[in-house]
Design a protein around this ligand. Structure first.
Ligand code: NCD
Ligand code: ZN
Length: 344
């Protein structure tokens, strides 16, 4: 490797929202251009709660892929208060790779989520038994808990207990945003891993709030203080295999973000790998990108590494101000800003 080009095994996105219908058709090609596989988040409206729906959604994604592009969607079940162990074992037989815990009310399309972790204890037992990973949106939702503390409180009140009660359960703590989460993952067993988004590596809450509200940086869990950003950068660039790529690219139309009550979600699919390259290079750790982007996630899910490669060159380019999206437009993360690495 010289300092001008970087060839990586093709990365995978271990946390991606692609929606359905016209929205799906407009965003799926962007991920297919960069990623070998993607964990497809199930928070559609209505959510993907059984294997039949997961199969139908997989088919819809495959037929929405542009000609000649390849992306393997890895399907995930959305857990509700009424998910049963039978639903889990059926999904497992239908190649659904994981199930996602959305605490009810925590984020976009989470109203059908779990209202009390005890309601899914038999489900977690079944998942532990068959080796199906639990993906976690780690925030409590009680109104009295400050939004900036919701992840840390979730660790103390929910996740620590789950890890104790199900020591063999594989868990991905999704889109972690705090030093507390980094420490928790470091200190937990090898069953516990985490995804980290580009926005949480490149931004902190000042980027969202100083000089005016920037709705296109607003996502959940919300950006935190700089000290948390630095802890995430350290974890991502550490070479520790517990931390891997998950963009949480979450498309919402421009008018839904630039609104009196703006949607949560950052759209990063078109330039995901360039964004991560920017963050790793700024940290002086571009050599650690391949493990994070292309190996550690597959290892955690016990899947083979991709065999094809992609190449980045160190060359400035400007992120487009907008892309077409369904019947409107969408503003990508860091729109109009310069990135230093370009995908060839
Ligand atoms: C996601 C979405 O829009 O679906 N939004 C977000 O802010 N991250 C949901 C999620 O992952 O929380
Ligand atoms: Zn997400």
């Amino acid at each position: 490797m010289n300092n001008k080009t970087l060839t990586l095994l093709k990365p995978d996105d271990w946390h991606l929202h692609v929606r359905s219908g016209e929205a799906l058709k407009s965003v799926i090609g962007a991920s297919a251009r960069q990623m070998g596989r993607a964990i497809i988040m199930p928070n559609l409206n209505p959510p993907v709660t059984n294997s039949m729906q997961a199969n139908a959604y997989r088919d819809e994604i495959l037929s929405a892929l542009p000609a000649k592009s390849e992306l393997t969607p890895l399907m995930v079940l959305y857990l509700t208060d009424t998910t049963t162990p039978e639903i889990i074992t059926q999904a497992h037989s239908a190649d659904v790779v994981a199930a996602k815990l959305y605490p009810a009310g925590a984020t976009t399309n989470s109203t059908r989520g779990v209202t009390d972790i005890q309601n899914i204890y038999t489900v977690l037992e079944a998942m532990q038994k068959i080796g199906m990973p639990l993906l976690v949106h780690g925030e409590v939702t009680r109104s009295e808990v400050d939004i900036f503390d919701r992840e840390a409180v979730f660790i103390d009140e929910v996740l620590s207990q789950v890890v104790q009660d199900f020591p063999e359960l594989k868990i991905v703590f999704e889109h972690i945003t705090t030093k507390n989460a980094v420490e928790f993952v470091y200190e937990s067993s090898k069953q516990i891993a985490a995804t980290i988004t580009p926005q949480h590596l490149l931004n902190n809450r000042n980027d969202m709030l100083v000089g005016g509200i920037k709705p296109h940086t607003y996502c959940l869990p919300v950006l935190k203080r700089a000290e948390h950003q630095y802890a995430l950068i350290e974890a991502a660039t550490s070479g520790n295999a517990k931390f891997f790529l998950g963009t949480d690219s979450a498309p919402h139309a421009k008018h839904d973000k630039e609104s009196a009550c703006g949607c949560a979600g950052v759209f990063s699919a078109p330039h995901a790998i360039e964004l991560y390259a920017q963050a790793f290079d700024q940290a002086g750790a571009i050599d650690k990108l391949e493990g994070f982007a292309s190996k550690f996630g597959a290892d955690f899910y016990t899947l083979p590494h991709n065999t094809s490669t992609l190449t980045l060159i160190k060359q400035d380019w400007v992120v487009p101000k907008r892309y077409e999206f369904a019947n409107g437009i969408i503003v990508p993360f860091m729109a109009g800003q310069t990135l230093n690495w370009t995908l060839v």
